[in-house]
Design a protein around this ligand. Structure first.
Ligand code: ZN
Length: 197
């Protein structure tokens, strides 16, 4: 098993007034390390468009403004579409109750709700995590595929470094190349079967 994510997103204390919450996009992207707050998919390949989610849905905002930075989450379209206005407590101050509801992705506690298999598939690790997992459809194959593609991308970087440093590196390089190409073939095939949404 692997950890759900290696680093936790952290919102800066941005209080400047903006006319539209979308103006926070660049700051959010930076604070979330280019990743969806909910599934941790990186936005590199644009298979899925990235959007801005209101953690407490706009429908339930009372004292929070829809442009308040602290309530915004950089999110992939899959997670944003799945979350929509789901908010079981219907109270902006109560994030979850009786293992139903959400945890702010910037709270380190969010990552404790899940784990990953060695191939990057997300699994719930708590009762609340199970609720979130089902509601956000974190079981969708694309979360595993994008995780694996990121790993392959890093592997290619590693191969390039080896090649640059030692053009005659032999077996070690061969093993890395084969691992990379086999993984690529497997996941490209899987991607063509499931598609992304
Ligand atoms: Zn997502």
């Amino acid at each position: 098993m692997s950890v759900f994510r290696n680093e936790h997103p952290k919102r800066r204390n941005i209080t400047k007034e903006v006319s539209n919450y979308r103006k926070h996009r660049d700051d959010l992207r930076k604070d979330y390390f280019d990743r969806c707050g909910y599934c941790n998919s990186i936005d590199t390949w644009r298979f899925v468009w990235f959007e801005i989610d209101h953690f407490v849905p706009q429908k339930y905002l009372k004292t929070i403004k829809d442009t308040d930075y602290f309530n915004l989450v950089y999110a992939c379209r899959s997670c944003n579409n799945a979350k929509r206005a789901k908010w079981p407590s219907m109270d902006e101050k109560i994030h979850n109750v009786n293992d139903e509801g959400f945890i702010d992705p910037c709270d380190e506690e969010y990552a404790n709700q899940f784990k990953r298999t060695d191939t990057g598939r997300i699994l719930p690790d708590t009762r609340l995590g199970e609720w979130i997992y089902n509601e956000l459809k974190l079981y969708k194959p694309q979360h595993e595929i994008i995780w694996k593609m990121e790993e392959m991308n890093n592997l290619i970087d590693e191969i390039e470094q080896v090649l640059d440093g030692n053009p005659n590196s032999g077996e070690d390089l061969k093993d890395k190349l084969l691992e990379c190409y086999r993984a690529f073939r497997k996941y490209a095939q899987q991607l063509s079967e499931v598609g992304l949404q």
